[in-house]
Design a protein around this ligand. Structure first.
Ligand code: ZN
Length: 206
């Protein structure tokens, strides 16, 4: 059966009503400006009412390709340590975002420690709150979500190398989005994903 991850945080961290959600995000995004191509971005997460504007500033400045890898830290400590959501779709009030299964399989081949696991993503808002922005700005975009628990530098390096290889082998452009709070006054929760990304960037000239 194809897994569909429901929206756990609509009405809590962002509006549950599709029209209200879209108009809120559009007001944050403001007038379109020329967008830059990017290989990777770091975007904060949290309640849209509090950090939505900051998130929108980042999203408004870049081009979003049809393929996006979402990488975040597991906040619930449930499930696999290195979990990939490799099939199906994720739902938000704006509809479904499809998983890019081909890209997920490629990544799993390149990184044997990754496991398909839905529990690791259950009731964790980290990656879910990014989706409405992608849906408003680039409705065709497909995703591959990955959530990780804190780990050793060695393990970050091997995950980063797998990520680098995957992005290189995939025939179309991929944007990596790290969902991370880096504000020291807030609870920082992106060290591991950022470390994996920096290892990936070092492994190849991404
Ligand atoms: Zn967090």
């Amino acid at each position: 059966m194809t897994p569909i991850r429901p929206s756990f945080f609509s009405g809590l961290l962002y509006p549950a009503d599709a029209g209200e959600l879209r108009s809120t995000l559009l007001s944050f995004l403001g007038t379109p400006i020329p967008r830059k191509k990017a290989k990777a971005i770091t975007v904060p997460h949290g309640n849209t009412a509090l950090v939505g504007k900051k998130m929108a500033e980042i999203y408004a400045s870049i081009e979003i390709p049809n393929h996006v890898i979402l990488l975040g830290q597991n906040h619930t400590e449930r499930g696999e340590k290195f979990a990939i959501y490799s099939r199906g779709a994720w739902q938000t009030p704006l509809g479904e975002v499809k998983i890019n299964e081909e890209l997920a399989v490629l990544w799993m081949e390149n990184t044997p420690s990754l496991r398909h696991d839905e529990l690791a993503f259950f009731q964790d808002p980290t990656l879910e709150v990014q989706l409405p922005f992608l849906q408003v700005l680039s409705p065709k975009t497909q995703i591959v979500p990955l959530t990780v628990m804190p780990t050793t530098q060695e393990r970050c390096q091997s995950l980063g190398q797998g990520l680098a290889k995957t992005v290189q082998q995939y025939p179309e452009p991929i944007l990596i989005i790290i969902s991370a709070n880096t504000d020291p006054s807030d609870l920082p929760c992106g060290d591991t994903p950022i470390s994996i990304l920096s290892c990936a960037l070092k492994a190849v000239d991404l």
